[in-house]
Design a protein around this ligand. Structure first.
Ligand SMILES: [Zn+2]
Length: 164
């Protein structure tokens, strides 16, 4: 369970916290509390953006790793943008509990996760034909694309969002 994400429960947006690095420098020393997904719980412990900003070991990884520097830059921006909101920290699986929970969320990772909200709010696509063209042009294949049920659910959510 190392797919760890910062989440804003207010905006329903999330960003990759940095996998094992986040585990060893944030969860292990107690800067953030791990969620209890593995034991069947549903608690998502709140996160203090200030405590994370003060966790030097977490940010130090940017010094000699450009991919990590980029990821941490996104995390810093995310925590600043949402510092006054309800921040939490949890495993990726939390976005599938309940199973359709992912439809409500927007991903702030570099590849965007291509969730319905990313397609509408981030890429400003307004028809499903545009979505298909975008995915075929970029070679992007989000996980939900290969599952007929999930693709239908994503399409339904997309249509709901563009009608707003
Ligand atoms: Zn927020």
């Amino acid at each position: 369970m190392n797919d760890l994400y910062f989440r804003c429960e207010t905006c329903k947006r999330f960003v990759d916290a940095g996998y094992r690095h986040a585990y060893w420098t944030l969860v292990e020393p107690g800067v953030v509390l791990a969620d209890d997904y593995v034991t069947g719980g549903t608690a998502l412990p709140p996160v203090s953006a200030e405590a994370v900003f003060a966790a030097d070991a977490y940010w130090a990884a940017a010094a000699n790793d450009s991919a990590m520097a980029e990821l941490l830059g996104r995390v810093r921006e995310f925590l600043s943008d949402h510092a006054r909101h309800s921040l939490s920290f949890g495993d990726l699986h939390r976005l599938h509990a309940p199973p359709d929970e992912w439809l409500a969320w927007r991903c702030d990772d570099r590849d965007g996760g291509l969730l319905p909200r990313n397609l509408v709010e981030g890429l400003h696509l307004s028809t499903w034909t545009e979505v298909e063209a975008y995915l075929s042009r970029t070679g992007g294949s989000p996980w939900w694309w290969s599952s007929p049920d999930a693709r239908q659910a994503a399409r339904r959510k997309f249509m709901e969002l563009v009608r707003k």
